[in-house]
Design a protein around this ligand. Structure first.
Ligand code: SF4
Length: 360
């Protein structure tokens, strides 16, 4: 059901300077923007009324005109391995998700940058939903604050790898990353913030030229153009050889950084030893790391390879000059992979609440 409450703009995704501008009409001293910013990010305030070092009348004005948090938690699922998945409803009734993955001292939050996605990767549940809209920087930042609140854990790592293509929402994603990494705010180490793109080449060049300090990951998923086009339609517009050239440009701009290539292993599609040999050939000239992710089955007709197939795939990669990791699937019992919670909940909703009505 769509939300009917009046939407007040959130100040959460704004810098202290932008907050100062937004509140200019209230004739407050210049330091108020920073005060409000710190209350939101350091003290995780839910309401302006909590901001006890601001005059009460001003707090009431803020409360009447602006919002802080706008996400409504619809579902929180906790996996046996500690992975947590959150489904959020936005002020306009749309939904998106975040996934928290604890691993010892490291607590990673996988966040969304869009509602749905236009890129239609064949193995991805989010791709099947189509695109609804970009998230605001506030809606991106709020995923982190709320996950910390709910889990009671400090988030140490951020990956923009939830719903959507971050580089198709570039300015808001960069603004959110700046706020998350701000030493006067949440202070997440810049090198622990990773933006993952499926290969929007002009934005990779822009990101490299602007020399952002965040990590960059590219979802590769295929070692040649023909296969990539088959499973990732965006490859027609952004061909593999040009994508690899942009990756080389990125590492040339960042002398000490390497790029991460993500490769989801799909049984019988891209998991042959010949594919691994192609990967060695195309990735060897690039300072990089290859992260292999056995597919998390979500009913789209693809499957994860067996352990035996994974081992065979790994053999040619033993001689590669780059690091290769195989990601342990986390949260399998709650289907904590791209877009899956949303799809599952929507399916339930169709069945239980609106059996005869389409969701679109
Ligand atoms: S894998 Fe990423 S880019 Fe591809 S459809 Fe899914 S969300 Fe979009």
């Amino acid at each position: 059901m769509k939300s009917t409450t009046v939407h007040r703009p959130s100040l959460l995704g704004e810098t202290p300077e932008a907050i100062q501008q937004a509140i200019a009409r209230f004739n407050q001293p210049r330091y108020r923007g920073k005060q409000i910013y710190k209350w939101m990010h350091l003290k995780n305030a839910d309401s302006f009324l909590e901001m006890s070092d601001l005059p009460l009348a001003f707090r009431q004005q803020l409360e009447a005109h602006f919002a802080i948090k706008t996400l409504r938690l619809v579902v929180r699922e906790v996996s046996r391995d500690g992975t947590e998945k959150y489904l959020w409803e936005l002020h306009d009734g749309l939904r998106m998700e975040s996934v928290l993955i604890p691993d010892g001292q490291r607590v990673t939050l996988c966040i969304s940058s869009q509602v749905g996605c236009a890129l239609d990767c064949q193995f991805c549940a989010t791709g099947r939903m189509g695109f609804s809209r970009n998230l605001t920087s506030g809606e991106i930042v709020e995923q982190v604050l709320r996950a910390q609140q709910l889990s009671g854990r400090r988030i140490t790592n951020i990956v923009f790898m939830g719903m959507g293509e971050p580089f198709l929402n570039y300015p808001r994603v960069i603004q959110a990353a700046r706020i998350l990494g701000d030493p006067e705010g949440l202070a997440i180490a810049n090198k622990r913030i990773t933006i993952s793109t499926s290969g929007i080449i002009p934005k990779i060049y822009q990101f490299a030229r602007e020399k952002h300090p965040y990590g960059l990951a590219i979802s590769l998923h295929a070692p040649n153009q023909a296969l990539r086009e088959q499973i990732m339609p965006l490859a027609e517009k952004f061909p593999l050889d040009e994508l690899l050239a942009s990756a080389r440009f990125y590492v040339a701009q960042h002398k000490r950084l390497r790029i991460t290539f993500e490769y989801v292993l799909l049984k019988g599609v891209n998991d042959e030893p010949a594919h691994a040999r192609e990967l060695v050939r195309i990735l060897s000239p690039i300072r990089c790391k290859l992260n292999l992710i056995p597919y998390n089955d979500c009913g789209l007709g693809f499957q994860a390879p067996s352990e035996e197939r994974i081992q065979k795939f790994l053999e040619p990669l033993l001689r590669a000059p780059f690091t290769v990791t195989v990601r342990r699937n986390r949260g399998n019992d709650i289907q904590a992979a791209c877009g899956q919670l949303y799809v599952k909940t929507e399916a339930k909703k169709r069945f239980i609440i609106q059996p005869a009505v389409s969701e679109s």
